[in-house]
Design a protein around this ligand. Structure first.
Ligand code: ATP
Length: 255
C-alpha cells in the first residue's frame, strides 16, 4: 500500500464509542464515527438527539464521559481543550454565531488566524482574510463592524473565523438556521465549494434535511444520543428506523 493510500485509509478524525453524560442524561451514547479526508458528511436527527453535544465532544468544548477521539489514527485528543483541537486543524461554528460585534469583519477573521492558524498550512486558496471574505461573498463588508451586518452575514463570518484557523476539518452547526430558502441553497453551495475547491473535510449539522441530503455524500443519523444510521442519503432515507424516528415527520413537513 502506498503512503497516499494508507493516509486515505486512516480516518482524519475518529470517534470511538464516545459518550457524554450530563448527570443522569446520556446526551451522546457510545457514538463511533470515522471521518475521512475530503468527505462532506451531514449529521441529522430530531431536536435533542445529541448532535451539538457530539460536535462539542469532537471539538474539545465538552470532555466526553468515556470513549476516545483520535486524529489520523495516532493523536489522542480525548479530554483536551479547544485550542489543542484547533492546533490539529479541527474548527467549528456554533449554533448562535460567536462573532465579535465591535470588530470589523476583516478583524474577526484575523482573530481566527491568531487563535490557531499561524503555524498551520493555509487552506488551499484561502491564505489571507481577503481570500476568506471573498469566498464567503463578504468582500464588500470587510471594514464594517460585525454588529452592523445581517444575521446571515454573521453566520458566514463565523465560518470565516473558523477558516482563519487554517483547518483540515470544519464542523458546521446549523449554519443555515433562520436563512431564507434561497439563502439556504447559497449556503449549501458554499459548503460544497469548501470541500470541492478548497479541499476541506466538512461535517454539517442541519435541520433543513431535504437540502442537506442533496449536498452531502454521507449522513450520520442520531436519535436519543445513539447513532442509528450511517450511509449515503439514498440509504438513509430508506432506513426504516430513521423514517420511524425522524425522517417521516421531516419529509412530511418538507412536502
Ligand atoms: N450543558 C448541558 N447540560 C445539561 N444537558 C444538556 C447540556 N447540553 C445539552 N444537554 C441535553 O443533551 C441532550 C442533547 O442536546 P443537543 O443540544 O446535543 O441536541 P441536538 O441534537 O443538537 O438538538 P437541536 O437539534 O435541538 O440543536 C438534550 O436533552 C439537551 O437538553
Amino acid at each position: 500500500m502506498t503512503e497516499a493510500q494508507l493516509k486515505a485509509a486512516i480516518p482524519l478524525l475518529e470517534a470511538r464509542e464516545l459518550t457524554v453524560r450530563f448527570g443522569g442524561l446520556t446526551a451522546v451514547d457510545a457514538v463511533s464515527a470515522r471521518l475521512y479526508a475530503g468527505e462532506l458528511v451531514g449529521i441529522i436527527g430530531p431536536n435533542g438527539a445529541g448532535k451539538t453535544t457530539f460536535f462539542n465532544a469532537i471539538s474539545g468544548v465538552v470532555a466526553p464521559t468515556s470513549g476516545k477521539l483520535l486524529v489520523q489514527g495516532a493523536v489522542d485528543l480525548t479530554g483536551r481543550g479547544p485550542h489543542r483541537y484547533a492546533a490539529h486543524g479541527i474548527a467549528r461554528t456554533f449554533q448562535t454565531p460567536r462573532v465579535m460585534a465591535e470588530l470589523t469583519l476583516a478583524d474577526n477573521v484575523r482573530f481566527g488566524m491568531q487563535f490557531a492558524g499561524r503555524h498551520r498550512t493555509p487552506v488551499a486558496g484561502l491564505r489571507t482574510e481577503g481570500d476568506i471574505l471573498a469566498m464567503l461573498g463578504l468582500s464588500g463588508l470587510a471594514d464594517r463592524l460585525a454588529a452592523d451586518v445581517t444575521p446571515s452575514q454573521q453566520r458566514l463570518l463565523e465560518i470565516g473565523m473558523a477558516l482563519g484557523t487554517r483547518p483540515r476539518v470544519l464542523l458546521l452547526d446549523e449554519v443555515a438556521a433562520g436563512l431564507t430558502e434561497s439563502e439556504v441553497d447559497a449556503m449549501a453551495r458554499r459548503i460544497r465549494a469548501l470541500r470541492d475547491d478548497h479541499g476541506l473535510t466538512v461535517v454539517w449539522i442541519e435541520h433543513a434535511v431535504t437540502t442537506l441530503l442533496r449536498y452531502v455524500e454521507r449522513v450520520l443519523v442520531l436519535h436519543q444520543g445513539r447513532k442509528i444510521a450511517d450511509g449515503t442519503p439514498a440509504e438513509v432515507v430508506r432506513n426504516a428506523e430513521v423514517v420511524e424516528a425522524y425522517l417521516g415527520d421531516e419529509m412530511e413537513a418538507a412536502a
